[in-house]
Design a binder for this molecule. Structure first.
Ligand SMILES: Nc1ncnc2c1ncn2[C@@H]1O[C@H](COP(=O)(O)OP(=O)(O)OP(=O)(O)O)[C@@H](O)[C@H]1O
Length: 355
């Protein structure tokens, strides 16, 4: 295993052809992705798709049956050879915080700093408390803190030994929605200010999109797409990603040319060319923000569902047996169930797949 002096690479973390599991057969396979220095990556996918399994392999708790993991240009895992977790310079933050209940906040944070002298250690703990906005709580015990505060302590403890990479395993899932959103943005800011790379595991898309630079969408142990959040939403690589990321559904259509499709909503033109012959039957992805209210439109669809969400309302429309879709309107556009509403498609990105 090459643990000698690292050579310069544009990637901090490179995962190639990784496969691993628990005994016979691989739970995840053909896993390929690379994370740049200072970037935050995410493993996103439905329950059981293998997110935590990949994280365990990165941390060194699970051996590989195939492939390789390189961190800072050093091989840390190969089939049959696994650098132990404590030698990887990888920090971990868990869903349940995993703090030592009998140690104060300061001693929890100092746990990984046993090589430092007393004064240096105290100084470092003080700096970390500042960084995670917990000044003044050094002598409290974990049970005296809120969930959000405990997770900040866990982050400070993981950051203390100055790891090369931080792994965050569903770190916000025990927190309520509002705190979750605020803390995920805070954690992003803290990691960015230190230039520390991280991999987040979550099944919450909003969290993934708000916090991460690159996201892997997983299905049944394989990465479907590794990309920036914007591209996952607007340029999904396949039907699974299109359906899993964001809201939306498919309606049937027929290709008129490389960048135009005819469907019951009219002719939709996009900004990318497809290589299908004219007349190909396709399914078109319609996102709720692709549909706009247009008083002058001759196209009218019937409201069949309505979900009020404060500033906006999500409507489900019926045009025909085959063509139903959702639309998100500002809530002052208030329609009742059964009402026929004039609409128009306004999609920048035409996403469609051959039926
Ligand atoms: N210790 C284990 N022994 C055997 N099988 C396991 C073990 N841990 C997980 N698995 C199996 O591996 C598969 C992937 O599990 P994993 O925990 O990686 O999924 P996940 O995407 O993190 O799911 P979740 O979002 O529910 O945590 C599942 O089928 C699971 O049953």
């Amino acid at each position: 295993m090459n643990t000698g002096s690292p050579t310069e690479s544009r990637w901090l973390l490179e995962v190639s052809n990784l496969a691993c599991g628990y005994g016979e057969g691989a739970v995840v396979s053909d896993i390929d992705f690379a994370l740049g220095h200072g970037d935050i990556g995410c493993l996103l996918g439905p329950s059981g798709c293998g997110k935590s399994t990949i994280l365990r392999a990165l941390a060194g708790f699970l051996p590989l049956s195939n492939g390789e993991i390189q961190l800072d240009s050093r091989t840390i895992s190969l089939a049959g050879r696994t650098l132990p977790p404590e030698k990887r310079r990888i920090g971990m933050v868990f869903q349940d915080y995993a703090l030592f209940p009998h140690l104060t906040v300061a001693r929890n944070i100092a746990f990984g700093l046993r090589n430092l002298g007393r004064e240096e250690c105290d100084q470092k703990v003080e700096q970390l408390l500042d960084l995670v906005h917990l000044q003044g709580l050094a002598n409290q015990y974990p049970h005296e803190l809120s969930g959000g505060q405990q997770q900040r302590v866990a982050l400070a403890r993981a950051l203390a030994p100055e790891p090369t990479l931080i792994l965050l395993d569903e770190p916000f899932s025990n927190l309520d929605a509002d705190l979750r959103r605020r803390l995920s943005l805070d954690v992003r800011e803290i990691l960015k200010s230190l230039g520390i790379s991280a991999i987040l595991v979550t099944h919450d898309q909003q969290e993934a999109f708000a916090m991460c630079d690159q996201v892997a969408v997983l299905k049944e142990g394989n990465i479907q797409q590794w990309d920036e959040p914007y591209n996952l939403y607007h340029e999904p690589a396949n039907r699974f990603v299109a359906g899993f990321v964001g809201q939306g559904g498919f309606i049937p259509g027929k290709a008129l040319g490389p960048d135009a499709i005819e469907c019951e909503l009219g002719t939709i033109r996009g900004n990318r060319a497809y290589r299908w012959p004219e007349g190909t039957l396709v399914d078109i992805l319609i996102r709720p923000d692709d549909i706009v209210f247009d008083d002058a439109s001759e196209l009218k669809a019937r409201v069949i569902e309505k979900t009020f969400a404060g500033t906006s309302t999500l409507y489900r429309f019926h045009l025909s047996e085959e063509t139903e879709f959702e639309a998100l309107f500002r809530s002052h556009l208030d329609f009742h169930l059964g009402e026929m509403v004039p609409l128009r498609v306004e999609a920048d990105h035409l996403i469609a797949f051959e039926r």
